[in-house]
Design a protein around this ligand. Structure first.
Ligand code: ZN
Length: 346
């Protein structure tokens, strides 16, 4: 997906926590001379301290608890339903993430008849939308019933809504993985100075030597080839970075969806998880350094503890293209790209 690049010249730096940020577009301006790039849609004025803002967000994640067995069995298909409904209702990916985490937590705290999982899932989507979306996008019960085809009366949705709100003690303001991803993307995670890790030849050699990772390597190889071919001979590393940037941004959303479906990382420290995701996305997109020094400095003392295990998770999924998770992993992005496109033109 081609994104309109942020055109800001970053002429108005402001200091927060001994680091500089552009007041106009909010991007981090590393002191080592690296210049971050991002798309225009992640341009937000730097009026608040982004580091403090991140820390406060990290304290506001949805609680995670042990999921009941019958819910675990249906969780992926529930998420698929919720994705389908949120697409029909024109909701953002942020609402979807919040709704899934509401549902996870609710069913872990209250006994829900598995037959009613979809009723609760749909209601969580409505509550998440009420918490995030602009008024005109919020689906009220009548619309929710029409779009989900669920055979329940308005009163059932209403009862369900009350139970969930009470469980969250009337506070539905939480941040999820996708919110953190968007925040770090807006600070910058790819730099004009970034270089690709390996040449096509090395990748080809590796692909023949290690048969079990052949498929992943081939994909990587094609990606690199694509980048090399689409780059004119005279171009500098900047244009490579811009191509890679689009890939990084797309992969980041995909990866967050994969982790949401997998579910096993949702109880991890969100700051460590987010930094791991940055490293993992940069690595899978073929950048030479998964976490350059300026990124580590920006996120002060945070360790990317889960980076390797997430890369493992992804390579396992690549090997099982017929699994539900694997299938969704390849299709989800198309859905959200389309959705974002629709949202933009409205
Ligand atoms: Zn700027």
């Amino acid at each position: 997906m081609e994104c309109k690049q942020n055109q800001c010249q970053h002429t108005n730096p402001v200091p927060y926590n001994n680091k500089f940020f552009c007041k106009l577009c909010g991007i981090h301006m590393p002191q080592d001379g690296n210049v971050a790039i991002k798309s225009a849609k992640f341009s937000f004025p730097g009026y608040i301290n982004p580091i403090q803002n991140l820390k406060s967000q990290w304290n506001r994640s949805v609680p995670v608890a042990q999921l009941p067995l019958d819910y675990q069995r249906q969780r992926i298909s529930m998420i698929d339903y919720m994705m389908e409904w949120s697409e029909k209702l024109g909701l953002s990916i942020n609402s979807l993430f919040l709704a899934v985490q509401f549902l996870d937590y609710f069913v872990s705290q209250k006994k829900v008849d598995p037959i009613q999982f979809r009723l609760y899932g749909a209601t969580c989507l409505m509550l998440a939308a009420k918490s995030i979306e602009l008024d005109e996008r919020i689906p009220f019960i009548s619309k929710l019933r029409r779009y989900t085809y669920l055979p329940y009366a308005t009163i059932d949705f209403r009862k369900c809504e009350c139970q969930i709100i009470k469980q969250f003690n009337w506070n539905l303001q939480y941040t999820t993985l996708i919110d953190w991803a968007e925040t770090v993307i807006s600070l910058g995670i790819v730099y004009e100075q970034d270089e690709l890790s390996q040449t096509e030849a090395i990748l080809k050699e590796k692909a023949t030597n290690i048969p079990q990772s052949q498929q992943a390597q081939q994909t990587k190889q094609e990606n690199i080839k694509e980048q090399v071919e689409s780059t004119p001979k005279k171009s500098t590393s900047t244009s490579i970075s811009r191509n890679v940037y689009n890939k990084v941004q797309d992969q980041f959303t995909k990866l967050c969806l994969t982790l949401l479906k997998d579910g096993s990382y949702l109880d991890k420290d969100p700051s460590e998880l987010t930094l791991s995701l940055i490293g993992c996305v940069r690595k899978t997109c073929g950048l030479k350094t998964p976490l350059p020094k300026c990124l580590l400095e920006l996120y002060e003392n945070i360790q990317p503890k889960f980076q390797d295990s997430i890369v493992d998770l992804l390579s396992k999924q690549t090997k099982q293209p017929t699994s539900v998770v694997g299938k969704a992993f390849t299709n989800d992005l198309d859905f959200f790209s389309l959705q974002n496109y629709k949202n933009r033109v409205i």
